[in-house]
Write a protein that binds this ligand. Structure first.
Ligand SMILES: C[S@@+](CC[C@H](N)C(=O)[O-])C[C@H]1O[C@@H](n2cnc3c(N)ncnc32)[C@H](O)[C@@H]1O
Length: 448
């Protein structure tokens, strides 16, 4: 096989990245945008020792579940991977993706997984978006997502995952920046929109490469005109991020206009104040399901002490507080911890305590001091938990660990460490928080 060869291939399965897997000559070949069971024609684009890659030329025999992707930039934009599948097939691919990670990466053969919990609203579900800004010339500003694995800007006015209220705000931002900053003086890098439910109020965060006092008047004019024009836009923040690569948001927030925080209200009546640096789950409907499953897995009787590690603004802690004796949240972003403390007060919750710092620093010391723990909830970012965290939890001997994961690979790695130490996966339920994309959340209950 060599680059440029054209051949017909049978797709055995699909990865969470939306790539079909074929096995020509016994070696793995990845071909994007294929469905399991399809016969396709593809051109070889890369040949490595253990695998190759191809470009899909034609679907020869389409499989059940193939649909036309509605978004015109699907396949080019890096945001979605599964739009060419109908929704039931997406759910089964996610369930298989979690099983495969636990079985193959975690070497946990008998983990009971699934079925994946879907949603009635697989479009326009996101309450947060990050857009990248690039100056094309002094008078013209590009705004969009990046192409997969690249920094090339893919411009598209109406991403079908965003709520209807976002595109008008994005258009107004672009046109006002072009009016107010004709010379291209302001070093914009990105912007972030966050939307609260059910008020639908929006916070806008402009990310700049640096801050200089002479930017103040232009920024003020931009923010005030935007807040005046877009009625749902109630808060504008400036964030400074000097790094070109990596995280979109930097640590400094030198300025804001309008409201300091948004307020999210959950179905059970829980109110959450959200600042600009605080994490908020992106799919509010499915978040309710995620937290309901988390609470079910915790099986609290009112007598337990719960640790909520990686707690953000305290959402899971406060969701569980009424069902347990005490909950202790740990979070590294100080602004989020301030939000969490305010949120406890706002909801009249007195049995929740929040500690600021990394879980790997705080939790081992906290548990070593002999503080009691019955149930541990872990909801780490994609990279998963530090080994120190898992060791400290094992030594503290809680009765349950509920691992809420947004990455099947790190879930597999971390749970396999726990399984090696005598823990057992009781159940792992994938929750589809991110329809059309290859991302999947999993609520995994472990006991000993
Ligand atoms: C997936 S979010 C979960 C937040 C929260 N449980 C929720 O449902 O909204 C992960 C959180 O962990 C925080 N975080 C990331 N790494 C951390 C670390 N090493 N120690 C403590 N917190 C961390 C992030 O700031 C973020 O708030």
């Amino acid at each position: 096989m060599k680059v440029g060869d054209i051949g017909n291939y049978h797709i055995e399965r699909v990865t969470l990245q939306g790539e079909g897997v074929a096995r020509p000559e016994g070696k793995v070949m990845f071909i994007p945008a294929c469905l399991p069971g399809e016969d396709v024609q593809a051109k070889v684009t890369q040949v490595k020792k253990n695998y190759s890659r191809g470009e899909l030329l034609k679907v020869v025999t389409p499989a059940k579940g193939r649909v036309d992707a509605p978004c015109p930039v699907f396949g080019v934009c890096g945001g979605c991977q599964l739009q060419m599948m109908d929704y039931p097939l997406q759910l089964s691919v996610k369930e298989e993706g979690v099983k495969d990670a636990l079985h193959r990466l975690g070497r946990i053969k008998d983990a009971p997984v699934g079925p994946a919990l879907g949603t009635d609203h697989p479009w326009r579900y996101r309450n947060r978006v990050q857009m990248h800004l690039q100056r094309r010339s002094a008078g013209s500003l590009g705004m969009g997502y990046y192409r997969y694995n690249s920094r090339e800007l893919i411009e598209h006015d109406d991403c079908p995952l965003l709520p209807k209220s976002f595109p008008p705000v994005l258009k107004a931002v672009r046109s006002l920046i072009q009016d107010i900053d004709r010379e291209g003086e302001l070093p914009f890098r990105h912007l972030v929109l966050k939307r609260a439910n059910p008020s639908e109020e929006i916070m806008l965060i402009f990310v700049l490469a640096e801050w200089r006092s002479q930017y103040h008047s232009k920024i003020k004019s931009l923010a005030c005109q935007l807040i005046d024009k877009e009625k749902k836009l109630v808060s504008v923040y400036i964030n400074i991020n000097q790094k070109e690569e990596g995280e979109v948001l930097g640590r400094e927030y030198p300025l804001y206009f309008g409201k300091e925080r948004l307020e999210e209200q959950m179905a059970g009546g829980l109110r959450l104040q959200i600042g600009p640096a605080s994490f908020l789950q992106v799919n509010p409907r499915q978040t309710e399901e995620l937290y309901r499953l988390t609470a079910e897995a915790c099986a609290l009787t009112g007598l337990e002490t719960v640790i909520d590690a990686y707690c953000g603004v305290g959402s899971i802690s406060l969701f569980l507080a009424k069902q347990c004796k005490k909950v202790v949240g740990v979070e590294e972003v100080e602004m989020a911890v301030e939000d969490a403390r305010q949120n406890a007060a706002l909801n009249g919750i007195e049995n929740a305590e929040f500690l600021a710092g990394t879980v790997e620093d705080i939790l081992p010391a906290y548990l070593k001091d002999g503080n009691p723990v019955n149930v541990v909830v872990l909801d780490p970012p994609r990279k998963g938990c530090h080994e120190r965290v898992l060791d400290a939890i094992v030594d503290a001997r809680p009765s349950r660990i509920v691992y809420v994961s947004c990455d099947p690979a790190s879930l597999a790695r971390d749970t396999s460490r726990l399984v090696e130490r005598g823990w057992q996966i009781e159940q792992a339920i994938p929750v589809d928080m991110f329809p059309q994309t290859g991302h999947v959340e999993t609520v995994c209950l472990l006991s000993k």
